[in-house]
Design a protein around this ligand. Structure first.
Ligand SMILES: [Zn+2]
Length: 211
């Protein structure tokens, strides 16, 4: 008797930032064929890059334990490319979902909360991933807020993000909280809160993949 072998879904985790300024300041087109360019990595909020990596590693562990395959664009402090390369990395692996993990910053230290960014619909760039990305974003945002009790800043469509416009697989970006808020940055640096976020990402991913 032949066993039916189905490859487990592959989730691409993309912890934001970590690019050295020499490369980070280089320009790249914001989408295929675009003359509009953006720098590869503005550096992110203070302390954001290590928090993003820590959450990604916890998420990877939970996903692997549930039998998923996981690829990470960055699994060390340094990433030598831009957001186009991050998207291409996930495209090449035919990821079922690309989860970009970030934290926010604001000049106002009282601003707190979690948001999830999803690609806006643009013909030729994101029309093929718009619907599944939005569905994943809604699931992720709901699970993140439920798990953490953080302020719900909602799901936000973005047309200007290089890492979305080059993606050929469903892609979302979670802004897991504000590093500029003393209260939220302390939480984001704690193992317990990182685990809550990782658990929420995994639950939402499982729901996303069911259908
Ligand atoms: Zn960021």
């Amino acid at each position: 008797m032949l066993a039916e072998i189905t490859a487990a879904a592959l989730i691409c985790l993309d912890p934001g930032h970590g690019t050295a300024p020499g490369i980070g300041r280089q320009l790249e087109p914001i989408g295929p064929g675009s003359r509009q360019v953006k720098i590869k990595d503005p550096g992110g909020a203070a302390g954001e890059a290590p928090v993003a990596l820590a959450i990604a590693r916890r998420t990877r562990s939970l996903l692997l334990a549930r039998g998923y395959r996981v690829a990470m664009t960055r699994n060390g402090t340094d990433y030598p490319g831009g957001n186009r390369e991050r998207a291409r990395f996930c495209n090449a692996r035919h990821a079922s979902l690309m989860i970009r993990i970030h934290a926010d910053g604001s000049a106002d230290s009282s601003v707190r909360g979690i948001s999830t960014l999803v690609p806006a619909r643009r013909r030729g760039w994101t029309d093929d991933i718009y619907d599944p990305s939005r569905r994943a974003g809604l699931l992720l945002q709901r699970e993140l807020v439920a798990a953490t009790g953080a302020r719900n800043l909602g799901v936000v469509e973005r047309s200007d993000l290089t890492g979305f416009n080059w993606a050929d697989v469903p892609a979302v970006l979670v802004e897991t909280g504000f590093m500029s808020s003393p209260r939220e940055s302390a939480l984001l640096r704690s193992a317990g809160y990182q685990e809550k976020i990782a658990g929420a990402l995994v639950r939402a991913t499982q729901r996303f993949l069911i259908r």
